[in-house]
Ligand binder design. Sequence first.
Ligand code: GTP
Ligand code: MG
Length: 197
Amino acid sequence: MVIKTTEFVKSSQRWQDCPEGNKPEYAFIGRSNVGKSSLINAMMNSKYLAKTSQTPGKTQLINHFLINEHWFLTDLPGYGYARVSKSTRKDFEKIITNYILNRNNLVNLFVLVDSRLAPQKIDLEFIQWCGESGVPFSIVFTKADKLKPNTALKNAEIYHEELLKTWDELPDTYITSAEKKEGMDDILNFITDTNLM
Ligand code: GTP
Ligand code: MG
């Protein structure tokens, strides 16, 4: 897919405030600091479209971008940010889960996990919830440039084994680096192939 136009549409606190869901939508979720906003910028070839930060908890609202005047790309707040109060964390989780369950035009959710880490409980729980809730999702391994290529692949395999303990089928997975712009085309091809609305 050639990215011709990218346009910031709106930041929303609740799913009810999101732009009218009249176009196919693809959203990016994962733990705080996993690299959601960076991945979006790398995919869109735009350094500053989504705001990134070294400090976790940067993205706190549901951010909609309109791509090629045809589909929505959504940057979501991270889950599991440890340095906020339990009630704030719960509020964030509510924003995220309500958005996912109510956004009828959501075609696919990309769940980002850090390719350097062994499967984390919080990510596995979130993935479990997606599966149980019937949410269409893929897994995106991030920051692969921080590892040797074989290690990223190996870690992905360990992840697959963990998932196969619970599920018969594996979701699509992508190994990416926003830094090196690797894996971007695979995600964009998936979006092209499913962008039928
Ligand atoms: P929140 O909005 O806080 O939930 O974080 P986020 O998931 O949007 O992460 P963000 O894109 O802001 O990136 C967090 C940090 O990781 C930043 O310092 C990025 O530069 C760094 N980072 C993101 N992607 C990559 C990558 O592919 N490679 C490397 N080396 N660093 C990355
Ligand atoms: Mg962010």
